[in-house]
Design a protein. Structure first.
Length: 269
């Protein structure tokens, strides 16, 4: 209660204070929020978050659903393959970020290896490109999380009544129509759960960004979480940093509260 909710309330208070290097108790009203939305770094962070979240959630759901459907075909060594897909989720985001930083580094990673094979014109320097660096974070995050989403969808697939599917097959439904009209609609709860989990992870992304790009080149891949840390602890603007944390909290609450409310109503019904 103290170290979670207590400090959440304390952070909210700091967002309305004139705190700078250390917490202060002078009241500043909405000044920190006004300053926040005039900062170019915050605008870039929110744009990056939008790009990252849309691609991250969309690709993870699509790839996770595809892998789940393939594993649901009762293939050999299903347990072994499922564990391989789930293994990246066992790693910390710091490890994932460092590993992908090596892989994507033009000097020692994929570009250098392919050029060493004789393809001297091959280039893959996204991690050094201001316009493309944000997509390297998407690649690393999708690699780590898509197996977890696959497990969620696979559990949903295994819970579908097989009698309904057999009846549809007897009526002449094609495999594509079977999945489009029966299977995927019944995965609605799995989709919703995946969306809530992935959106929460996207909004609070910090360690992966720090390990992979450190917010660079420049501030090209800065995210709200890295912005919050930077302004709170290195730029001595604790009030602005707390205001950014409150905005992140409000965004997460806007996603999770309706989901929890719908789940609560569903359980009562």
């Amino acid at each position: 209660m103290i170290f979670v909710y207590g400090f959440i309330l304390f952070t909210i208070y700091l967002a309305f204070s004139d705190s700078r290097i250390l917490p202060s108790y002078g009241w500043a009203g909405l000044q920190n929020f006004q300053n926040l939305f005039t900062l170019r770094a915050w605008n870039i962070a929110t744009i990056n978050l939008a790009i990252f979240a849309i691609l991250y959630i969309g690709i993870c759901c699509a790839l996770g659903l595809l892998l789940a459907i393939l594993l649901d075909q009762k293939i050999r060594a299903e347990g072994f393959i499922r564990n391989i897909y789930l293994y990246p989720m066992a790693l910390s985001f710091i490890v994932t970020g460092v590993a992908w930083k090596w892989i994507l580094d033009p000097g020692i990673g994929l570009e250098a290896v392919v050029q060493g094979w004789g393809f001297e014109n091959f280039e893959f320097n996204w991690i050094k490109d201001r316009d493309m660096a944000i997509y390297t974070i998407v690649i690393a995050a999708v690699w780590q999380t898509s197996g977890f989403v696959m497990a969620m969808f696979l559990a949903g697939l295994r819970g579908i009544d097989q009698e309904i599917l057999r009846a549809a097959e007897v009526d002449g439904a094609s495999t594509f129509a079977l999945y489009r009209r029966i299977v995927i609609p019944q995965l609605r709860l799995a989709f919703m759960s995946a969306f809530v989990v992935l959106a929460h992870m996207a909004i609070k992304s910090y360690d992966l960004v720090i390990a992979l790009t450190n917010g660079g080149p420049g501030i090209a891949t800065t995210m709200p979480a890295t912005f919050m840390y930077s302004y709170t602890f290195t730029r001595n603007q604790m009030g602005v940093g707390s205001a950014s944390a409150v905005m992140m909290l409000m965004t997460i609450a806007a996603i999770t509260v309706p989901y929890l409310w719908s789940e609560l109503r569903g359980s009562k019904q």
